[in-house]
Design a protein around this ligand. Sequence first.
Ligand code: ADP
Ligand code: UDP
Length: 240
Amino acid sequence: MSTEATMEKGEQIYEGKAKKLYTTANPDLLIQYFKDDATAFNAQKRGTIGDKGVVNNKISEKLFNLLEKEGIPTHFVKRLSDREMLVKHLQIIPIEVIVRNIIAGSMAKRLGIEEGTVAKETIIDLCYKCDELGDPLINEYHALALEWITREQLARVKELTLKINDVLRKFFDERGLILVDFKLEFGLHKGEVLLADEICPDTCRLWDKATREKMDKDRFRRDLGNVEEAYQEVLRRVLA
Ligand code: ADP
Ligand code: UDP
């Protein structure tokens, strides 16, 4: 099969809040299409962020390449166009892995901790990936007992997650950004655990090191203005 044939968009198999997935001629590969649509608070707030899809596709490409170089296996194959990337077709593990270096967002609210408090150690939260339930917080016992992940896969997910945090923190720090927290998804491909989905200002909290200005989706969530500008600035720094 020619490489060209695998890049033809086939049938749309999924439309999510921020992306669409298409089949390709190769059943092992999918095309991930990045939209400008933005949602927050379990999709109660909806809008668009101009060119977000293009920016997130390019930021994710750069970060997946960086992580691959550091020995993290990912679903990323290559970027095909402004809004499309070719990825390996995974069976997604239905768990969102949230990493926190600084307390913010839902954790600050839930535990009554001031946003910006530095965590003494890296925190990993697990959420059950289920839109109808609003991705509820779970723990490892839930994940194992309900067979959403095996013990071996969970150990691998945690190992990869901590390594990813080390790599990304350093990368963003060198570009004047603090990696406050972020969300990862993993999936299975031929028995191997791979990093999936996207890594971008939709899924990370990034604060400017000098001004502590928010440079991520919180500008949209909290109506802070200059949303597009912040995404473009993150792209500029990531590619610098
Ligand atoms: P949501 O489903 O939360 O609305 P998106 O709009 O980002 O999110 O949709 C992308 C969907 O694609 C997510 O459900 C994600 O788990 C899934 N996905 C990401 N990478 C892959 C992959 N390599 N193979 C299969 N599914 C994937
Ligand atoms: N996050 C995400 N998708 C989700 C939930 C969280 O990408 O469905 C990211 C979010 O952008 C932030 C981190 O995970 O960088 C922690 O989010 P938190 O649990 O604080 O929830 P939020 O404040 O986003 O509701």
